[in-house]
Write a protein that binds this ligand. Structure first.
Ligand SMILES: [Fe+2]
Length: 152
């Protein structure tokens, strides 16, 4: 094949694949809305756990896991959005839930309004005590975070 530089072609494909992988990886950590707004700029958290506002009660992830956690052994985290479950209606619903151990993303679950409940159980294992962060996004009320230390 004249005029076709196989080496150059493979190099270009390789660079494209790496670039695409990097973009996908970063994309999973940073979500931009259709309006171009970086959703992670404004993360809502419960300000006073003993005196939650109605919005905090309705959106902050409620997280439970077993008492005895052993290093490296899997356990389940039960997550529900809101003290009384957040609605899952076509015009108001939970879009996703993310779980981080430290700064590492462990899981991301996407929802559509057809999902009947904003709750999940996720398996996880940690090596040593660490802080678990659970983030969620309501299509109307933004991102909410609950952080909790897991002790092994
Ligand atoms: Fe909401």
């Amino acid at each position: 094949m004249q005029g076709f530089n196989r080496r150059k072609f493979l190099k270009t494909i390789g660079i494209s694949a790496v670039t695409a992988g990097l973009t996908t990886s970063l994309g999973s950590l940073r979500s931009f809305g259709a309006d171009g707004i970086d959703w992670y700029q404004n993360i809502n958290r419960v300000k006073d756990p003993l005196n939650k506002t109605p919005k905090e009660k309705g959106h902050a992830p409620v997280v439970r896991w077993p008492i005895n956690i052993k290093s490296g052994e899997p356990f389940n985290i039960d997550i529900q959005i809101g003290e009384s479950l957040h609605p899952m209606a076509p015009n108001h619903y939970i879009q996703w839930i993310e779980v981080y151990a430290g700064i590492e993303q462990v899981s991301r679950i996407e929802f559509s309004p057809l999902c009947p409940q904003a709750k999940v159980t996720i398996p996880i294992a940690v090596k040593g005590s660490s802080t678990l962060k659970i983030l969620t996004r309501c299509n109307l009320h933004g991102i909410w975070e609950t952080a909790k230390k897991v002790t092994v």
